[in-house]
Design a protein around this ligand. Structure first.
Ligand SMILES: [Zn+2]
Length: 119
């Protein structure tokens, strides 16, 4: 118990998919949501969490600020906040998963939620 945690071990842990109880789905491409069965992609965020990104692209203007995502070149999911670096963005599946309450404030997200709910 007296061993200090070495920085190298911390960094190694951060780089290891599956560590810390996060889903081990790195680079697996498509998967299905275990709540609703919809297809989506796992991506690691810059905060080292894994989220499901909905397939396809959405017009930035149709997605509320804070729910806009972009997948960077190395596969990292980045929340865009209020930024609009391009015409389209990705959305998080958890915002449109029918196991969650219907999204409010965005007809586009609501439509996708309904699509997922009805298969
Ligand atoms: Zn789902």
């Amino acid at each position: 118990m007296s061993d200090p945690v070495r920085l190298g071990d911390v960094l190694a842990g951060m780089a290891t998919p599956g560590g810390g109880g996060i889903p081990a789905q790195p680079g697996a491409g498509g998967t299905t949501c275990n709540r609703c069965g919809a297809r989506a992609d796992w991506h690691r965020t810059i905060r080292d969490k894994w989220i499901l990104i909905e397939l396809g692209e959405w017009p930035v203007g149709a997605v509320p600020p804070g729910k806009r995502w972009r997948v960077a070149g190395e596969g990292t999911a980045v929340n865009l906040g209020r930024a609009q670096p391009s015409d389209t963005c990705r959305i998080c599946h958890f915002d449109v998963c029918p196991s969650q309450p219907a999204p409010v404030g965005s007809p586009a997200l609501l439509a996708q939620w309904q699509k997922n709910a009805w298969g």
